[in-house]
Design a protein around this ligand. Structure first.
Ligand SMILES: [Zn+2]
Length: 91
């Protein structure tokens, strides 16, 4: 979920990848070898959800039904953030 390559906002679709992680450091980061520009919004002692640095669109980190999903949804509503969580997300 964190590793979306493109913003899920259909109006934006900005590439979230930044620089490629140098080969000699890839083992330190896991993932797919890229640094990401995606913003992790931190609240309630967790990275609660993600946000695109270009359009401000948000998407969930936690699956529907998780208590932190509901916290994230509340936070998004309170801050007027639009939820672009992909519908077919595998979690
Ligand atoms: Zn975006």
């Amino acid at each position: 979920m964190a590793d979306l390559h493109f913003c899920p906002n259909p109006e934006c679709q900005a590439d979230q990848r930044d620089k490629e992680i140098p080969d000699e450091h890839k083992h330190l980061f896991g993932g797919d070898g890229w640094f990401y520009r995606t913003i992790g919004v931190y609240a309630y002692d967790h990275t609660l959800f993600y946000q695109c640095p270009d359009c401000g669109g948000a998407w969930h980190r936690f699956p529907l039904g998780h208590y932190l999903y509901h916290k994230a949804a509340e936070y998004m509503r309170a801050h007027n953030l639009q939820d672009f969580t992909p519908k077919t997300s595998e979690v």
